[in-house]
Design a protein. Structure first.
Length: 222
């Protein structure tokens, strides 16, 4: 019997967990499989192990692991497989398969462009977009973000620079301050993050602080 386990990141922020659960529930409603469970890699429950236990209790003999991630990075390549490998020893007769993150898709870039255009504010000739990724020590993450940056720039026809909140350069803080000094008429901060959480709250705080000090108009969109 087939089961599906959706693995989201998890967060200390309850709103983030609720957003992830609501999104995954909408996906579950479109998948014709009787046994589907949601779990979290860290900071929230149920855990990966608990999610697998739930599916097996329901009679699943085949489990598809679906990573609810934008890009492949440490969580995809190391953390989720490590958690699955721990518990699969407990269930040697259960067949596990592992899916892929969303990756680079034109329709996701379309969403980023739509978030900017939803302001209904004419984009000035010297406007700039700062695309903010989470960052990872895995080099593929930076390559992917750079590709998304290039695709968004081509779609919007305005300059787009990439930066990162952790583990990669240039850092968000460096690029943010540089962009403010450049005195663009509009600076669009576009977080490449799926759900809200601690990192999103940090970005919101930094943008709000800068709005008090700079005359430059800053738009912040998810």
């Amino acid at each position: 019997m087939q089961g599906i386990l959706y693995v989201s990141h998890g967060s200390r922020v309850m709103e983030a967990t609720a957003e992830a659960s609501a999104f995954i529930q909408s996906v579950k409603n479109q998948v014709n499989v009787a046994h589907q469970e949601i779990c979290f890699l860290e900071l929230s429950e149920p855990t990966v192990a608990q999610g697998i236990d739930l599916l097996i209790e329901q009679g699943a003999s085949r489990i598809s692991i679906v990573p609810v991630l934008l890009l492949g990075a440490g969580h995809y390549f190391k953390d989720i497989p490590a958690e699955v490998n721990k518990i699969r020893r407990k269930y040697p007769r259960v067949q596990f398969t592992y899916g892929e993150p969303l990756g680079i898709q034109e329709r996701i870039t379309d969403v980023l462009a739509a978030r900017i255009n939803e302001t209904d504010v004419p984009i000035e000739p010297d406007a700039k977009v700062l695309l903010v990724g989470r960052g990872s020590r895995n080099p593929q993450t930076k390559r992917d973000i750079e590709q998304v940056t290039a695709d968004l720039q081509q779609k919007m026809n305005i300059p787009v620079d990439a930066c990162y909140l952790a583990a990669c350069e240039p850092s968000f803080e460096t690029e943010f301050q540089t962009s403010l000094r450049e005195s663009h008429a509009q600076l669009f901060i576009v977080p490449y993050l799926w759900f809200t959480g601690v990192l999103m709250q940090f970005l919101e705080t930094r943008v709000a602080e800068s709005k008090k000090k700079k005359t430059c108009v800053i738009f912040f969109y998810i």
